[in-house]
Write a protein that binds this ligand. Structure first.
Ligand code: NCD
Length: 350
């Protein structure tokens, strides 16, 4: 499909060819993401970055991506500082912001709200998470990460096994990534969650209807034994309105070095959309894996900027010959990436 002028609200309208096109575009934008060259493709354009729910990396990486393409960004965070707190409808807010901005990124706690907002306007809207609904840009950066890791490992997405662990019911990253992987062939999904947080039936049915294999597990061990990717997620307590851990959610869902050494293949790619809950009793992805080369979580966050640049370039119609907007990087030039991921980037080679 042509992305120009389109909203990005869900993975539903994407084809495999669309994914491949975005991946190719992201690869061409890698020198800009790594600050080796500058890009002025979006000079003069303004992004409205509207976040009505907590965010660190999604908000900042959209901001960074738009800035690296030469555009500028207006941010608003939380309901308190927005006129929505004065009773303004989403439709009015949409109409107003469409008069200011050339692209809009929006995160909102209600499922379907971002689509409702986008209905009223022509300016491209990107869904940065609508409640327990979808998070398409996260799925795209996850796909970009899996592709890069698999290139290194000599694997293909077709035929892969992915183990998804944690809050599969409320995790919008799980919903979007599953839909995205369903565009490939013969995927085996291992859904590992306590009963109360299992993946929605409709999602499981859709994956099976498309010919993929879905197996449900209620503990980690067997579910990760033959995984190519292990995708851990946080328990989304804010979505079930209680601080109580759900029944059945216990120590056995923690992914740590011992779990990986004991059950997972040595080349498993460990992913997480982040944030991970590092508080005691959270049983989320443990920090004792931080120096493990299989841990791709910070490569994911780096890829978030690149993929979001590709999304903006595509929807704002500057993707063709994007290199014509490149210029020499003057002044500041970064020389290093984080030590954790140093082996994966050429920048850190002395
Ligand atoms: C996730 C989200 O907000 O959906 N984070 C992200 O965007 N990278 C996951 C979460 O909040 O647990």
């Amino acid at each position: 499909m042509s992305f120009v002028g389109r909203h990005v609200l869900s993975i539903d309208p994407f084809s495999r060819a669309d994914l491949e096109a975005l991946r190719a575009l992201a690869t061409r934008l890698e020198p800009v993401a790594q600050r080796k060259v500058r890009c002025h493709a979006l000079e003069g354009a303004v992004l409205a970055n509207l976040f009505f729910e907590a965010s660190t990396r999604t908000r900042m990486s959209f901001h960074t991506a738009f800035s690296r393409l030469g555009g500028s960004v207006c941010d608003t965070t939380g309901f308190t500082f927005s006129s929505i707190s004065k009773g303004e409808s989403l439709a009015d807010t949409a109409r107003v912001i469409a008069g200011y901005a050339d692209a809009i990124v929006m995160r909102h706690p209600e499922q379907g709200s971002v689509a409702q907002f986008a209905e009223h306007i022509q300016v491209p809207v990107i869904n940065a998470g609508d409640g327990a609904g979808e998070h398409p840009s996260q799925a795209l950066l996850d796909y970009y990460t899996i592709s890069a890791e698999f290139d290194r490992l000599g694997k293909t997405i077709d035929g892969m096994t992915i183990a998804m662990v944690g809050d599969l019911k409320h995790g919008r990253t799980i919903h979007s990534l599953s839909k995205l992987l369903a565009l490939f062939e013969r995927i085996t999904f291992h859904f590992i969650a306590p009963h109360a947080l299992r993946a929605p039936d409709a999602l499981v049915e859709m994956l099976r209807e498309k010919g993929h294999t879905v197996t449900i597990f209620d503990s980690v061990g067997a579910g990760i034994a033959d995984a190519d990717v292990l995708y851990a997620t946080r328990i989304q307590k804010e979505r079930f309105g209680t601080e109580e851990a759900p029944e059945g959610y216990s120590e056995q869902f923690r992914i740590n070095r011992q779990t990986i050494d004991r059950y997972a293949p040595s080349d498993v790619v460990i992913m997480h959309p982040l944030p991970r809950d590092s508080r005691e009793g959270a049983f989320d992805l443990a920090t004792d894996l931080d120096s493990a080369p299989q841990l791709a979580i910070f490569r994911q966050t780096d890829h978030g900027v690149t993929m979001r640049m590709a999304i903006f370039a595509a929807v704002l119609g500057v993707a063709d010959n994007i290199e014509q907007y490149f210029s020499e990087q003057r002044g500041f030039r970064p020389t290093r990436y984080s030590e954790l991921d140093a082996p994966f980037y050429t920048l850190n080679k002395d």
